[in-house]
Design a protein around this ligand. Structure first.
Ligand SMILES: Cc1ncc(COP(=O)(O)O)c(C=O)c1O
Length: 467
């Protein structure tokens, strides 16, 4: 092949593959054909500057803020990863504490390395007999705040990639009562304001900084994200500075203009489109009755720290078969999921999905369900391991390193991240003492076919440790 990636993408596009993954426009189904290259300009006269918006970008960002009910909104072309790094770096200086949910996305831990912030972890609840983390118990955040009154901020993920929401309102109240800011990673929830059936948005619940990926659930291209400022307590000038530090100096006008257009569409037709979509998703959810799979649904609300569930995502807990095996079987049938783990999988659904996709998914899942042997492949669901932080992430990242067999590494302090991807939450963070349980969990992910990233030896022969 002369252009291996390009050629492969063209082939992929021709193959009638159905995407239950992001971006939310579903391989163009949700947006009209665009002559993209003719709109790919740079900061020429009259087109403003993302790093110092005064004109047309400022106007577009103000319209975004008005739609979402934010004090101010910033476009970001570096995904929510970039927005989260900018948020944490703006709020915490070297050595300052931040109370952090331990199931944050890997970019939040990168922010700890870049900023020197000291995380005080609060572990998520666990849904029993699954490998899905529940919500963050607000009372545990309250306790961490009480024990660390000098912390600058609290950061949580809500919803998670599986659609689980924590009690943001209560957590915001506890943070504010103690003069702390609340940052919410709402990367998977940019669609929340457009249906009353969906969870309340973090901005509505009083969060100070809210980061959303437009590309995950809306009709916008990969990399598009918005950082919203929800309250007057945030220093927006500092956010502007950190955002410009972590972003390209040549932001794509395609990305920015599609964000603007997507906002315009949502403003005009968002609620109407989501009404039709949510009716459809409820209907399909009722039809998804399997012997070996169960949907994560509203029954879980009120337990395991779960305040609400985004039912637009189809998160399915598997029995007698691994979630990753189901994903492979779906791929054989030309259906591609967003995420699969040893004990569950998630399909991202958006208004840009068509009935053909849902019908194909339902048919394929019923076929797979009937193929599953009772007591087949065992569930290997493990709760998230509790880790001991010996050094803060930034210090550990810059210390001297050595190497040891991964299998024999329990008791040593890791010099690197070990991250199953998906879900992109580090099991091991630099500076944490490696435990036997962490090793087993990572091996379980790897043996199930989940990619391991963040570390030097991705086949896990060795691990870098602090020497
Ligand atoms: C919970 C969560 N937060 C943040 C991100 C980063 O988002 P982005 O891909 O827009 O950088 C992800 C990515 O998958 C995520 O799952």
């Amino acid at each position: 092949m002369s252009a291996p990636l390009y050629d492969k993408l063209l082939k992929h596009r021709r193959e009638n593959i159905y995407p239950f993954h992001m971006p939310g426009h579903k391989m163009g189904r949700g947006i009209p054909e665009w002559d993209i290259f003719s709109m790919d300009i740079t900061e020429i006269n009259g087109f403003d500057n993302l790093m110092n918006p005064k004109d047309v970008i400022k106007e577009a960002e103000e319209k975004m803020a008005a739609l979402y009910g934010a004090e101010k909104s910033f476009f970001s072309v570096n995904g929510s990863s970039g927005s989260l790094i900018a948020a944490v770096t703006a709020v915490c200086r070297e050595g300052e504490k931040i109370i952090a949910a331990r199931n944050c996305h890997k970019s939040v831990y990168s922010a700890f390395v870049f900023s020197g912030a000291v995380p005080i972890y609060v572990y998520p609840e666990q849904i029993p007999n699954t490998d899905i983390t529940g919500g963050i118990d607000a009372e545990k955040i309250k306790k961490a705040i009480y024990e660390n009154p000098d912390a600058k901020a609290v950061i949580i993920t809500s919803p998670t990639a599986e659609g689980i929401c924590s009690d943001v309102e209560k957590i915001a109240e506890y943070a504010h009562d103690n003069g702390m800011l609340l940052i919410v990673d709402e990367a998977h929830g940019a669609h929340f304001p457009f249906s009353d059936i969906l969870p309340k948005s973090a901005l509505e619940q009083g969060a100070d900084i809210v980061v959303q990926s437009m590309h995950k659930t809306l009709d916008a291209p990969t990399q598009t994200s918005v950082l919203h400022i929800g309250t007057k307590h945030v220093d927006s000038q500092r956010i502007m500075k950190t955002l410009s530090m972590i972003q390209t100096s040549s932001p794509s006008y395609i990305f920015m203009s599609v964000m603007d257009k997507c906002r315009d569409e949502l403003e005009k037709n968002g609620r109407k489109r989501y009404k039709i979509f949510m009716d459809k998703i409820r209907l399909y959810r009722q039809k998804f009755n399997f012997k070996n799979m169960r949907l994560l649904d509203e029954k879980y609300i009120g337990k395991y720290g779960i305040k609400d569930i985004d039912i637009s995502k189809l998160t399915v807990i598997s029995k007698n078969i691994k979630g990753t095996e189901i994903a492979s079987k779906l791929e054989e049938r030309k259906i591609v999921l967003e995420m699969s783990c040893p004990g569950h999988f998630t399909a991202i659904c958006t208004p840009s999905d068509d009935d053909e996709g849902f019908i194909r998914l339902k048919k394929a899942l019923f076929e797979i369900d009937n193929e599953i042997k009772k007591n087949g492949s065992a569930d290997l669901c493990m709760p998230y391991p509790k880790m001991e932080m010996i050094y803060k992430p930034r210090d550990a990242f810059y210390m001297n390193e050595g190497e040891i067999d991964f299998e024999k590494s329990a008791g040593f302090v890791s010099a690197e991240f070990v991250i199953p991807y998906p879900p992109g939450i580090p099991v091991i963070v630099p500076g944490e003492k490696i435990s036997r349980k962490a090793i087993d969990i990572i091996k379980n992910y790897a043996e199930s076919g989940v990619e391991i990233v963040g570390c030097t030896h991705q086949r896990l022969e060795k691990i870098r440790i602090l020497s």
